[in-house]
Design a protein around this ligand. Structure first.
Ligand SMILES: Nc1ncnc2c1ncn2[C@@H]1O[C@H](COP(=O)(O)OP(=O)(O)O)[C@@H](O)[C@H]1O
Ligand SMILES: [Mg+2]
Length: 250
């Protein structure tokens, strides 16, 4: 079952002076419970793909199907974590993460109870009453991810969630995300500019060209799960990584 399907999606932004072609014939698909990564250089149109999927930006041509439906009410099926974590700085962690539940009409006490049960999994136990500015970068991203997951949508769109983290924190977060994904069973489309991250996490990778973004390579990642750090130096992993790097280069 295809959860997300883009068929020949094109997008140009109109600015005062000229038109900026951003997406050129993007076709991709994500199956139910799959973890798919989009890799590409900065400015090539990756975030624009997410904005078209969520309907924030209208494509000029091409089709976007969610759960097999065109013009679906994407907000009921998709939870989008934008590139900036956008935690509200004046709200404590607990009140940030329960936001989607409250928007869905759940009472505060019920929402708090549900969130508290997850604090441990998200490594935020004991930090519920802190403000975002009192958290480390990794904790802020986990809080933002918790909020995204509490929205309880089938599909998660994650836009470079670990882009601003140092290498060690980033690796811990990747492994942690795979555990969370295994536990919550969602369909994930994930943007990164880190090739190793893409291979480590995903079932399939789409490599985008420089702007205007076109798909240069569609690469299956048939590595066994659960993934672990030993695999990263294994020959199968390295083979895929090389292929992706080569596609980016050429
Ligand atoms: N709303 C907009 N209006 C005009 N140009 C935009 C808009 N959003 C993005 N762009 C431009 O489109 C290009 C692709 O942006 P984006 O999708 O954010 O790339 P990426 O996420 O791959 O870094 C960039 O050159 C960016 O400046
Ligand atoms: Mg972006």
């Amino acid at each position: 079952m295809k959860k997300i399907q883009l068929v020949e999606v094109c997008k140009k932004y109109q600015t005062k002076e000229d038109t900026l072609p951003v997406l050129e014939g993007i076709s991709l698909s994500v199956d139910s419970n799959q973890f798919v990564c989009i890799v590409g250089p900065s400015g090539c149109g990756k975030s624009t793909i997410f904005n078209t999927i969520t309907g924030l930006v209208k494509q000029d041509s091409g089709r976007i199907l969610i759960n097999g439906q065109e013009q679906a009410d994407s907000s009921s099926m998709i939870s989008y974590m934008p590139q900036k974590d956008l935690l509200l700085p004046w709200r404590r962690v607990i009140d940030n993460v329960i936001l989607p539940l409250k928007l869905a009409g759940v009472s505060r006490s019920e929402a708090v109870q549900e969130a508290m049960e997850l604090m441990d999994v998200f490594g935020l136990k004991g930090f519920e009453e802190r403000y975002p500015s009192e958290l480390s970068g990794g904790m802020r991203q986990r809080a933002a991810l918790m909020r995204t997951i509490l929205a309880k949508k089938d599909i998660l769109l994650l836009d470079e969630p670990f882009g601003a983290l140092d290498a060690i924190t980033r690796f811990k977060m990747q492994s942690w995300l795979l555990q969370v994904w295994n536990q919550f069973k969602r369909t994930i489309l994930f943007i990164t500019h880190d090739v190793e991250e893409a291979v480590y996490l995903s079932d399939k990778i789409y490599v985008l060209s420089e702007r205007p973004g076109r798909i240069k390579l569609e690469q299956e990642v048939n590595l066994p799960r659960p993934r672990n750090s030993d695999m990263i130096t294994g020959s199968d992993f390295v083979k895929i990584k090389k292929k992706v790097l080569k596609a980016i280069e050429t």
